[in-house]
Design a protein around this ligand. Structure first.
Ligand code: EPZ
Length: 433
């Protein structure tokens, strides 16, 4: 399996350009099949999750034309309507977000069948709120043999109150409601930037969605959706990850192609612990010269501190002075990586959904295992700050959501390479000395 080998100890300095938002792209790529026209989508992150979803979309007969690494044209015209619109196990097992095709296909064809997504390394990941929304719109939903089947004679708008703020359920039900008859109101909706991006994309196809970005989304169903050209927003979490790269390595990074408003919770926390943040129209600069101080964090739905930045921030605080407390309120199992970080010398204690972190001066290098996407990125940054050679295993997780992660870190002065044999590790060690 591929690994990252890292020679740490150097501050990261320079500029990095942020790609399109993975969690917006996954909803948008699924929504694109809701028209027989052609959707030309630009600024798509070229990562494993988007590429797997494109395979799933092609597998049901949609036309996918890759114009470049980051631009794709999709048409739902060729979708096999005679079948039961099954999204095969292999795709859902690879990425949960294949379940977005449930809402898209139900909305357009009034039927869809998707393999039940499994749990993953950060929690059980139920989908009861998705099902609640589809049923409220008039669909019959059945779970059997590991598959979710949804079908409806008619989809009729409804007033839906989500019991839990859910990004996935908000996007999935919003898609189905876009082509339902009449009006739908989604209450207690998620407000993340990627929700707004998917709503804007659907509106560019002729949908009538208002209020995305607030906790009440109003949707007037339309009869059909048409072609569009769309560019995906920058990735809030990739941007935040590189902001903490400056904090963890005491560097100076200009993070370009961002929407600063989407980064406010992250910027505020970094400033609070002593980082210097300069905000520009579409860039944020993070400068850290001295050891940062402690703080407390509770992850919350947007605009609160994002759960997808929890590992990166914890690793920052593990090098700060004093004691920090992090409460993970979104997922029940998102501290697994702290066992790995302890192997690099971190002083952390987990009690339920709270981590108590005693800051240390420096990590020591080690061989560590990435348990999931964001923690994997965090462990790489920990390796870049530690003296000596660190190996991060399980980098396929990181490649799910970060395009050319090692290339962008190298451009900032990071000494990191993707390797898969002991020989390549030795070669790297000889090269960097
Ligand atoms: C999305 O997952 C993101 N994934 C996650 O990012 C992100 O961590 C999460 O939102 C929260 O922001 C994508 O967008 C592809 P949720 P999602 O539904 O939609 C509970 C990454 O690193 N819940 O908002 O699955 C759930 O258990 C990934 O890019 C229900 O109870 O998250 C959790 O506790 C990791 N019932 C909470 O809601 C449901 O039907 C939030 O989950 C759905 C969710």
């Amino acid at each position: 399996m591929e690994q990252y080998v890292i020679k740490g100890g150097k501050p990261l300095k320079g500029e990095v350009i942020i790609g399109g938002a993975k969690n917006a792209a996954l909803g948008i790529l699924a929504a694109a099949v809701m028209t027989d026209g052609v959707c030309d989508i630009d600024n798509m992150p070229n990562v494993r999750d988007t590429n797997v979803l494109l395979q799933a979309i092609e597998a049901i007969g949609a036309t996918v034309t890759r114009k470049s690494a980051n631009e794709v044209a999709i048409s739902g015209k060729g979708i096999h309507t005679n079948g039961d619109m099954t999204i095969d196990d292999e795709y859902i097992r690879k990425i949960r977000a294949s379940y977005y095709l449930l809402g898209a296909l139900l909305g357009k064809y009034h039927k869809a069948q998707v393999a039940l997504p499994g749990g993953c390394d950060i929690g059980s990941r139920p989908i009861d709120q998705h099902i609640k929304g589809f049923k409220a719109l008039g669909a019959e939903v059945e779970i059997s043999h590991g598959m979710i089947s949804a079908k409806a004679e008619r989809l009729v708008g409804a007033h839906i109150y989500f019991d839990v703020v859910s990004v996935g359920a908000t996007i999935n039900v919003m898609m189905a409601a876009a082509l339902a008859e009449g009006n739908t109101v989604l209450e207690n909706a998620a407000k993340e930037p990627h929700i707004v991006d998917v709503a804007n994309f659907l509106n560019s196809m002729g949908a009538n969605i208002k209020g995305a970005g607030t906790d009440v989304i109003r949707i007037k169903g339309v009869s059909e959706l048409h072609s569009t050209e769309y560019s995906i927003i920058p990735d809030q979490i990739e941007a935040g990850t590189f902001m903490t790269a400056a904090a963890i390595t005491k560097g100076d990074i200009l993070v370009k192609n961002v929407i600063p408003k989407h980064l406010e919770a992250i910027s505020a926390k970094l400033m609070e612990i002593g980082a210097t943040i300069e905000e520009y129209d579409d860039a944020v600069r993070v400068v850290v010269n001295d050891r940062l101080t402690n703080t407390n964090i509770k992850t919350l739905p947007y605009p609160g501190f994002p759960t997808d930045m929890q590992p990166q921030m914890a690793i920052t605080l593990a090098l700060s002075t004093g004691t920090s407390v992090i409460t993970e309120s979104i997922f029940e199992n998102r501290f697994k990586y702290l066992d790995e970080l302890s192997r690099m010398g971190a002083q952390v204690k987990v009690e339920g959904n709270t981590a108590i972190i005693e800051g240390i001066e420096k990590f020591t290098s080690a061989v560590v295992q990435a348990p999931d996407l964001r923690a994997g990125a965090g462990l790489v940054m920990a390796g870049l700050s530690a003296d000596g050679f660190t190996i991060v295993e399980g980098i396929q997780y990181i490649q799910r959501g970060y395009e050319d992660f090692e290339g962008k870190l190298r451009a900032l002065g990071g000494q990191i390479e993707k390797v898969s044999t002991e020989k390549e590790i030795q070669k790297f060690k000889l090269k960097v000395g």
